[in-house]
Each structure stands twice: as C-alpha cells, then as structure tokens.
Ligand binder design. Structure first.
Ligand code: FUB
Length: 317
C-alpha cells in the first residue's frame, strides 16, 4: 500500500488508531494556528479540541471526520493544550485518555467516557490521581487488563519527576547516564484511576544495559504498545533525533529490548504514531508537516503498511 494522507482538509497529528466494529477509528490531536511562537516548551502546540476520523476499509482513500468529540471548555480541570490522546473499549464503554495542562500549567492525564467510539465523550471532573506528563497510549491485553503507557521529555515535563514524585527542579540525564524511561501503569476496572504506581518502561540494548541519554535511539515521547504473535512491541519517538523506534518484550512491563528504527525523520520537528492490526494486515499511522510547508505545529495524519520479518522485526512497506 502506498503511504497516503488520511485527511487533507485539516491538520490532524498524533493519530491513535483502534479497530471497533471492524472500522478503523483514528483519534488525533487537532492542530491549529494559534500564532504562538515556536519554542522548546511546546507552547505553539495549542490545541483546543479533539475530533475522531474513521476508515471503513483499509484501501479507502481518505478518512471521514465524525466531528468534535471533546473540547477544552467541557473539561472541568482544563488549563490549556490538549495534546495526544488514545481510546480503549472496556465493558462496552469507550474511555478516552488524554494529556492536558491544568490551571497551574502542569500536564496530567484525564479520562472522558462515551457509549460509542464516535462519542460524545464526557470528561471526569479531575485528572487521574498521580498522573503526570503526556502522550497516553492505552493497551488492552488478551486477559482484559488495561495498561496506560505515557511520558514525554522537554515540554512534556517528564524530567520534572523521579519515582513518581515531582522534583524541586527538573533533571535531564546527560551523556552516558541512563536515559529517562516512559511509564506504564495498569488501570483499575472502571478505567478511571491507576491501579498501581506507574513503573519505568526500560529499553535495553543486547547486553541488557538501559539506553544512554546520548543514544539517538533513546525514548523521548509518543509511546505505543501493540502485541503481535504473543510479543509486546513498544514503539516511540526519539524526539530531538527525530526517529520512530521499537523494542520488544515478553511482558507488558518490559524490559523491552531495542530492535531498530521504524521511520526515518519526517518533515516537521515531531514524529508520532500508532500501530494497528486490521483484517490481517498491520498499519502505521503517523504524521508529517509536508502539507503545511514544514510548519512544526501544523501536521497531517498519514497511513502506511507494516510487514514483519521471520524474526519479528518490523519494516514499513
Ligand atoms: O501534539 C503535541 C505533542 O507533539 C505530542 O504530545 C508529542 O508527542 C508531539 O507529537
């Protein structure tokens, strides 16, 4: 399948894909021009609502926009910046987990619930207790347990936390120090709170050593977890080295062994994605900034196909 844009008429980034009722629902961030100058804090990513897109068939050209499903105005604890989100179906309801800054400009994860994948979603009054940073990916395992993976450096604020506690001031590991990991926590049965303290998602090399802070393959943001042939694949963005990489494990908690690069740098500073299996095929949803002429904060969602090698390696075809 040729890589193609999913929705050329608007800017949609960070696409999270899930198959519900044999259709592919895509939950993106809704990029917009706010006029805020670009900076390392990410203030220029000033999104205010979410839409959901749908594909009825893998080879259908463009996705359909089913409309707005949640807006900043409808979230009681809202400050600003609706960043990446993801959705899981559990016991017949749909739970949207999103990242947003509260009124003190601190990122947390929130939950909104709907009876249908296309919403409308109703936000819970408070963020998830003990949540911090950005980019939630919600993964439901074969045994029904639901895990949320999250975290992002720099503007995503992950460097402000150690052992799930806020630091007095941020500490970013340097050089040969171990890199900062994403986090994972199992959710409680009604998908409203963490059921446990978040744990580090360790990515290790072939000797078992945690990837170093100066390794261009270290974790930065955009966690994604999918399972293929019983193996857990953790994929992620390397941020300032602009790659999409992946690592594998036999446990949803890891450690994950680094396996390789999935995507080279795209046009635009960020790279972000999801991986979804649909009708026996595997798809990569991601974004770039080609249609906006390279503007980092105006990104367009794309779809490509992934093939697995005999050793479980992945490549975009
Ligand atoms: O869309 C805002 C942020 O940009 C996301 O949270 C990051 O992963 C990056 O794509």
């Amino acid at each position: 399948m040729k890589t193609r844009y999913l929705f050329p008429t608007d800017y949609m980034a960070d696409p999270s894909g899930h198959v519900f009722n044999d259709k592919l629902y895509i939950y993106p961030s809704h990029d917009r021009e706010s006029g805020i100058p670009e900076n390392d804090n990410g203030d220029h990513f000033d999104m205010r609502d979410y839409h959901v897109l749908v594909l009825d068939d893998p080879d259908q050209g463009e996705a359909r926009d089913l409309g707005m499903i949640l807006s900043l105005e409808d979230i009681p604890w809202a400050g600003r910046q609706l960043w990446d989100n993801d959705v899981v179906e559990h016991n017949g309801r749909y739970h949207l987990i999103f990242s947003m800054k509260d009124k003190s400009d601190v990122f947390h994860l929130g939950v909104a619930v709907a009876d249908k994948p296309e919403g409308p979603f109703r936000a819970l009054p408070d963020p998830i207790r003990g949540s911090y940073s950005i980019d939630p990916c919600v993964f439901k395992d074969d045994d029904g347990k639901v895990y949320v993976y999250f975290g992002g450096l720099w503007g995503g604020q992950l460097q402000r936390y150690r052992d799930n506690r806020a630091l007095e001031s941020a500490i970013l590991p340097q050089g040969g120090e171990p890199s900062l990991p994403a986090r994972v926590a199992c959710m409680n049965d009604d998908i409203t709170q963490f059921a446990e303290e978040p744990r580090p998602v360790e990515i290790v090399d072939e000797t078992g050593q945690i990837l170093r802070a100066d390794d261009p393959h270290r974790f930065f943001e955009a966690s994604w977890l999918h399972k293929h042939n019983g193996t857990y694949y953790f994929s992620y963005s390397t941020g300032d080295s602009h790659l999409l990489c992946y690592a594998t494990s036999q446990s949803p908690y890891g450690p994950f062994r680094f396996r390789g690069e999935l995507l080279q740098p795209v046009v635009g500073w960020t790279t972000h994605h999801s991986i979804v299996e649909w009708r026996g095929r595997t798809f990569l949803l991601h974004h770039d900034s080609v249609p906006s002429g390279g503007l980092t904060w105006l990104r367009s969602a794309k779809i490509a196909e992934i093939a697995y090698g005999p050793d479980g390696s992945m490549s975009v075809i």
